[in-house]
Design a protein around this ligand. Structure first.
Ligand code: PMP
Length: 445
């Protein structure tokens, strides 16, 4: 079937045409353009709880949740009230505020980060963490993993996941060769490759950065060998060579569990990252992100130290109000609900695909999961090469069949599905009802 077969899209199509006349690709972030799945991107006008409402009057159960931030669902009444109250006190002062202190205290209370600085996007957070790691170690090289996305930082675009994977861009033009040359890209979960890189370049490596549990090539959990997780291995290896371990929790932070991915591995195994990055959930749907970690490393930051970093809107009071209220409401009950909902949806999707005879794999990490349209007999995706070996045409058919039935999935085979506290029985039932027909569409593709 052709994209857009089942739903009304006239208003979205007209807006998309206007958008393309004034904005590259018609979107302000590439994955929104539906390039990987075809058809008309839906222009959303309003969102409540688990539901999105578009310009044509279609309603969708939202399994993107703004790509992670909306942990409590859309338009949560207490978050909305906190934001309205903050707005009524003025929207930006360019001074320190109580809200910033309280948001950072909440982050420090949940994570092993001893000091935290607020920024406005995950990209800024990873960019600043890399600069700080280089400043602290006096070294230039950065180790990253293929399929991990850390924002559109020059040094981190090489073999990145998310939109870079979807669009099959091998890095990006515009990144100076010298910058790309300072980035070593290794296969995820490949300990021998990490050991070899450190054996050869150990005294020049400033840091290893990784998604704490990759979600930008689909969900690929860190692998365990003899009871030791991949993150513990990276932390120990970096330390042995005087390099820093940077754990990017922009996606997993306050989502994979109450304490993020660290709560699922570091807290159990007794290690802590040297630096961490956060974003998405901690901004409650506003532009807020953070980086933090060891006090002695963070002490190098301006104004205490020589490594410069700043932001006009960093710690914006409205964003802090949304983030703080979101984190305070994100109780253990919320995480149990996300866990149960993820299990229900993942199991049902797998059952429907199996019934339709579609080879696939479901991978879980904490409250996050994703579906891989793998070949028959594949039992695990452990890295980017595995994630790329997917039947993307089946995903496209599955995606559009779900969309036509009012379920908004990430428009790419390389993304996690996100649920929220607002995904109640009605929303879940709506998704379950859509799965069999979508599975049949995938089978027929
Ligand atoms: N790191 C990770 C792990 C991410 O998932 C993302 C965004 N998807 C980023 C960094 C970049 O964050 P932002 O889009 O806010 O710049």
């Amino acid at each position: 079937t052709a994209p857009d077969s089942g739903s009304r899209v006239e208003a979205s199509a007209a807006l998309f045409e206007r958008a393309r006349a004034v904005t590259p690709g018609g979107v302000n972030s590439p994955v929104r353009a539906f390039s990987a799945v075809g058809g008309t991107p839906r222009f959303i006008e309003r969102a409540e709880g688990a539901w999105l409402h578009d310009a044509d009057g279609n309603a969708y159960v939202d399994l993107v949740c703004s790509w992670g931030p909306m942990l409590l669902g859309h338009s949560h009444p207490e978050v909305t009230a906190a934001v309205q109250a903050a707005v009524s006190r003025g929207t930006s002062y360019g001074t320190p505020t109580r809200a910033e202190v309280e948001l950072v205290e909440e982050i420090v209370g949940r994570t092993p980060a001893e000091r935290v600085r607020l920024v406005s996007s995950g990209t800024e957070a990873t960019m600043s963490a890399i600069r700080l790691a280089r400043g602290f170690t006096g070294r230039d090289l950065v180790v990253k993993f293929a399929g991990c996305y850390h924002g559109h930082v020059d040094a981190l675009l090489a073999a990145a996941g998310s939109g870079v994977a979807t669009h099959a861009v091998p890095g990006s033009p515009g990144v100076p060769e010298a910058v790309a040359a300072a980035t070593l890209v290794l296969p995820y979960n490949d300990r021998a490759a990490v050991e070899a890189a450190f054996a050869e370049h150990g005294d020049r490596i400033a840091c290893v950065i990784t998604e704490a549990a990759p979600g930008n090539m689909g969900v690929v959990p860190p692998a365990y060998v003899d009871g030791q997780g991949f993150n513990a291995f990276l932390s120990a290896t970096a330390r042995a060579h005087g390099a820093l371990f940077v754990s990017d929790e922009v996606m997993t932070g306050f989502r994979a569990s109450r304490q993020g991915q660290w709560g699922l591995d570091g807290a159990q195994e007794g290690w802590v990252p040297d630096l961490m990055t956060f974003g998405k959930v901690m901004g409650g749907g506003f532009p807020a992100a953070a980086f933090g970690g060891r006090a002695d490393v963070m002490a190098l930051l301006s104004p205490d130290g020589p490594v410069y970093q700043a932001g006009t809107l960093s710690g914006n009071p409205v964003a802090c109000a949304a983030g703080l209220t979101t984190l305070r409401l994100a109780t253990d009950d919320v995480y149990s609900h996300l866990d149960r909902t993820a299990t229900t949806l993942a199991d049902a999707a797998s059952e429907a695909l199996a019934a339709a005879g579609v080879p696939h794999l479901v991978q879980r990490n904490g409250t996050m999961f994703s579906l891989f349209f793998t070949d028959e007999g594949v039992t695990e995706v452990v890295d980017f090469a595995g994630a790329q070996a997917q039947a993307q045409h089946r995903f496209r058919a599955f995606f559009h069949a779900m969309l036509d039935q009012g379920v908004y999935l990430p428009p790419s085979a390389f993304e996690a599905w996100f649920v929220s506290a607002a995904h109640d029985e009605r929303a879940v039932e709506h998704v379950l009802a859509a799965l069999p027909a979508a599975a049949r569409a995938a089978a027929a593709a």
